[in-house]
Write a protein that binds this ligand. Structure first.
Ligand code: UT7
Length: 322
């Protein structure tokens, strides 16, 4: 049996740091409330004119370099994003052109905060069945473009960034399993309620803006992620304590703590970037993964659980031996 293995990781953040202190001057909030309820201290914001693809490209190049892969070796480009540069072409096609590639398949995956797990699951199948030998999988977002900066219940949460991995075939180990779920009945809990084909009048009036019933999302996230931990472990005949690292979607440190408890993992074994990045949606897992790989925490052969929950609702996990 052949596996898809993570050959290299990369990430990129925009320069501008937006602190909680600055948000205190924009809406009625406090640094203490944001830290206590979410764990976030600051987040990065793309410069005017800086696009999702602008963030994706350096992340992709770093992942390729780490994997020892030349751009022309890439034979599949999958970008997970909810904030594409344009309606079309896909951000994956824009990125493909920037990398000087032509001919290989390139497409976007839209599963909001679970987007990277969905993209990884799709690319893994291409690699495992021999259709791809070097798959570039990117999570990239400019969430700041769809934030209502007058809504304190959401504007303190989100940030911009990009992360990437390169997958290639390996006979011995790699991604062990992926687990994807969705339940579209919960659309009103977390939504941008207008768009290209729905309520363009509102879109023109208000612009696209995230609306969230935070408490409902929180409860569903904790419940769904706990069930997902059981599902992923059971599928591989593993138990609590077998996982070396939790690399979670970074929405809220309290949600992450609940998942770590369920896994029986101490917080030192959890890769946490929520304090510095906030919630970067599809970018948060590959950003965290790259940080922990580059600072030497995650080592070859260790078992990682990556998981996410987001709008849709969508949720998913990937168990991988790095
Ligand atoms: O990644 C996609 C998935 N998204 C998530 O996973 C997010 C899940 N939800 C959450 O992380 C949390 O629900 C939030 C961080 C969004 C909110 O935390 P909470 O502990 O659930 O707070 P809450 O919404 O229940 O609000 C508590 C209070 C409210 O005031 P009252 O009604 O108790 O007087 C809010 O109006 O906090 C108030 N509040 C704020 N206060 C200061 C809400 N936002 C703020 C704020 N600053 N920014």
């Amino acid at each position: 049996m052949s596996y898809a293995r993570i050959l290299g990781t990369g990430s990129h953040l925009p320069e501008r740091v937006l602190t909680n202190a600055e948000l205190e001057r924009m809406v009625e909030t406090s640094d203490a409330w944001i830290r206590e309820r979410t764990g976030i201290r600051e987040r990065r914001i793309a410069a005017p004119g800086e696009t999702t693809c602008d963030l994706a490209e350096p992340a992709a190049r770093r992942a390729l370099e780490a994997a020892g892969t030349a751009p022309e070796e890439v034979d599949l480009v999958v970008v997970a994003t909810t904030t594409p540069d344009q309606v079309f072409p896909s951000t994956a096609c824009l990125l493909q052109a920037r990398l000087g590639l032509a001919g290989c398949p390139a497409f976007d995956v839209q599963a909001v905060c679970t987007g990277f797990i969905y993209a990884l699951a799709v690319a893994e199948r291409f690699v495992r069945d021999g259709a791809s030998r070097r798959a570039l999988v990117v999570g990239a977002e400019t969430l700041s473009r769809i934030v209502d900066w007058s809504d304190r219940s959401t504007c303190v949460l989100f940030g911009d960034g990009a992360g990437a991995v390169v997958l290639g075939p390996d006979e011995e180990t790699g991604i062990l399993s992926t687990h994807l779920h969705a339940d579209g009945r919960h659309e009103p809990c977390l939504t941008v309620p207008c768009g290209i084909s729905r309520d363009q009048e509102r879109l023109r009036r208000e612009g696209p803006a995230i609306r969230m019933q935070g408490r409902e999302v929180f409860k569903m996230a904790v419940r769904s992620l706990e069930a997902l931990v059981d599902e992923a472990l059971e599928a591989n005949g593993l138990g609590r304590g077998d996982v070396d690292w939790l690399v979670p979607h970074q929405a809220n440190h309290r949600i992450i703590e609940a998942t770590a408890r369920k896994l029986g993992l101490p917080m030192e074994r959890v890769v946490l970037t929520v304090a510095e990045h906030g919630n970067t949606s599809a970018a948060s897992i590959p950003l965290a993964l790259d940080q922990a790989v580059r600072d030497g925490r995650i080592r070859r052969g260790e078992l990682l659980l990556m998981e996410a929950f987001g709008a849709g609702f969508t949720w998913g996990a990937c168990l991988a031996r790095y």
